[in-house]
Design a protein. Structure first.
Length: 223
């Protein structure tokens, strides 16, 4: 029963965090074709455009990269402040609360401010999420970058089938569902941007609010 509850927690937390990963879809579609979390993509686009002598994109693509670094540093400072084992849940709730607040602010002010400011704020939030939630119940996890998850899925499937390892199969199924949640988050953002426009980021805020609510109801647990 305990193992099933832990797996349920993993899928719930992981699914909500991954679904919130519509950050990248939002900033790409609405704020100048940049990524909030996928800094590899920003650097690829930057290099490609510079190679085509399009110098005007330098600020556009470097802004989320620098903002991501700032978000990581600020979150790291918070981790040093709340580093005791019994304060992890509190720290995670603080990070989620900040994420929800900032994304809600972006949803409100986005139509009235520059793309650079909006993408910078969302990138800082993406960095906070990636920095804070790197494990899911003790196992490596990322809710924003699926390359590692794709590799883990393939590895777990191979180990599960070739070695008849039920734990590997369970892990593959878990990773698959997280990937599906991530994709669905991007799908919803892509669909809703036609109706909500620059306010669409509120969808990610709602996913994170759901995660925060669960942690608030379980003050002794952490993700």
């Amino acid at each position: 029963m305990t193992e099933r509850m832990v797996l349920s927690d993993k899928l719930l937390y992981g699914g909500l965090l991954a679904a919130a990963g519509g950050f990248d879809s939002y900033t790409y579609l609405v704020h100048g074709e940049v990524f909030a979390g996928l800094q590899t993509g920003n650097l690829i686009l930057l290099g490609t455009h510079l190679g085509q002598m399009k110098w005007g994109v330098l600020l556009q693509h470097m802004t989320p990269v620098l903002a991501f670094m700032v978000g990581t540093i600020l979150t790291r400072m918070l981790q040093h402040r709340f580093k005791a084992e019994d304060s992890i849940n509190k720290r995670q709730r603080i990070v989620l609360g900040i994420e929800v607040l900032v994304l809600t602010i972006v949803a409100v002010i986005s139509p009235y401010v520059s793309d650079l400011l909006s993408s910078a704020l969302v990138s800082m939030i993406a960095a906070a999420q990636l920095q804070e939630f790197r494990q899911l119940k003790g196992t490596p996890f990322t809710s924003l970058m699926m390359t590692g998850n794709v590799r883990t899925l393939a590895e777990s499937l191979y180990d599960g089938v070739s070695k008849k390892n039920p734990l590997a199969i369970a892990k593959a199924w878990e990773i698959f569902r997280i990937m599906v949640s991530f994709t669905l988050g991007a799908v919803v953002v892509g669909l809703m941007v036609a109706w909500l426009g620059e306010h669409t980021i509120i969808i990610s805020a709602l996913c994170l609010l759901g995660t925060l609510t669960i942690l608030q109801l379980n003050p002794q647990k952490s993700i």
